[in-house]
Write a protein that binds this ligand. Structure first.
Ligand SMILES: *Cc1c(COP(=O)(O)O)cnc(C)c1O
Length: 376
């Protein structure tokens, strides 16, 4: 919790649940990443938090943007982002959406399948294309990659075909999984990429760029290494696998840039036990799985939780949301404890909730409004 956020919550007393984002933290994270990976072009993954305030700030700082829909293209363009700095990084696109983006000036698209490549050749002729590789996501608290990417042999064939189809093969991308807790996890993916680029060069197709994806972590319950450790591990892997013939690099951070910048404040609605002898209390809050905390699915993302009574003796709790859905439980097995003195009406804050929250909130399940967001 930054001083600015604490002051805002204290002075404004906004209705809960709400998210407060400190834009200074977003700027700090951007500069830190820039500092530790100076050779990489930064594409902010807009889906992490598409608030215009954030896109505008990052645009002013010189960021490029990774988008996945025509609405995200429109959002960026409406905020004066140069379309040449947009990458349509989703590998699953309708042909008419590709055409729309291409007409708007977007010139860089990702694919991981032949059918998608053919759509690109037809709807975005002459554009630059990136093939996404399937890579190991071990160590990621929110893995992605079973859904995306193709293997090396297929990637090689598709990139050669891309050139035959009149597209401009730009490079290779991968994503080592979101909230990647192991900085060394990029090494294997970079090694595969080097092998592929070498193979393609021997076949007369030199590629320019390696897109290292996202995955840089926010600080949740468990400590994570700093961005310097990630930058070093990546540059070490790049020089180990490419020697002194480094390709250009891109990164697509989402969670890292905005996660730590947000605090979600909620209120305790009910504290109860399921039987007289139960040690464990159920703490029901006015925010839950459907109010923005969707990444508690499988208790995968474990947010740090603050109460006004921290420091007092604690006991085990189940944390749950307010809706009439049995799936609306945040944490039951992750071992959360809260002060025994906690009372109905107390404010409870979830830290590092700036990423993947506001847009994951339902539009009005059970009549609860989507998560409101403030900027300081
Ligand atoms: C979501 C996404 C990202 C951002 O991932 P983080 O783990 O939030 O950094 C980057 N690239 C692509 C293609 C994505 O879909």
């Amino acid at each position: 919790m930054t001083e600015k956020i604490a002051r805002f919550l204290n002075e404004e007393q906004p209705p809960t649940p709400c998210l407060v984002v400190d834009l200074d933290v977003v700027a700090e994270k951007y500069r830190a990443l820039r500092h530790h990976l100076p050779l990489a072009e930064i594409f902010y993954a807009v889906k992490a938090n598409p608030a215009p305030e954030i896109v505008r700030l990052l645009n002013d700082l010189g960021s490029s943007f990774d988008v996945a829909s025509t609405a995200e293209v429109d959002l960026c363009l409406s905020l004066d982002v140069d379309p040449a700095r947009l990458s349509f990084g989703s590998t699953i696109k309708k042909a008419r959406d590709i055409a729309y983006a291409h007409d708007a000036g977007v010139d860089l698209f990702a694919f991981d399948a032949e059918a998608e490549l053919r759509k690109l050749a037809a709807a975005a002729p002459n554009s630059r294309v990136t093939c996404r590789l399937f890579v190991d996501n071990a160590g990621a608290d929110w893995p992605l990659s079973r859904k995306f990417g193709c293997d090396l042999t297929m990637a090689r064939d598709l990139l050669l075909e891309a050139a035959d189809l009149g597209l401009i093969p730009d490079g290779v991308s991968f994503h080592v999984g979101s909230q990647q807790t192991r900085a060394d996890q990029w090494d294997g993916a970079i090694g595969m990429t080097a092998e592929l680029l070498d193979d393609l060069e021997n076949r007369g197709l030199p590629l320019r760029n390696v897109n290292l994806g996202g995955g840089f972590p926010a600080r949740y319950r468990d400590a994570v290494a700093g961005i310097g450790t990630y930058g070093e591990a990546i540059m070490h892997a790049m020089t180990r696998h490419f020697g002194n013939r480094l390709p250009t690099m891109s990164v697509e951070p989402g969670r890292y840039l905005v996660g730590d910048a947000g605090v979600l404040q909620s209120e305790v609605v009910l504290i109860s036990r399921k039987s007289y002898g139960d040690e464990r209390r159920w703490v029901y809050l006015d925010v839950g799985r459907f109010g923005g905390l969707a990444e508690t699915e499988g208790e995968a993302i474990k947010y740090r939780v603050q109460t006004p009574r921290d420091g007092e003796p604690t006991g085990p709790v189940v944390l749950a949301g307010p809706t009439c859905d049995g799936a609306d439980i945040l944490y039951e097995s992750a071992g959360y404890e809260m002060p025994l003195s906690l009372e109905i009406g107390d404010k409870v804050e979830f830290l590092a909730t700036g990423a993947y929250t506001t847009t994951y909130a339902s539009v009005g399940f059970n009549g609860f409004a989507p998560l409101k967001q403030y900027f300081v």
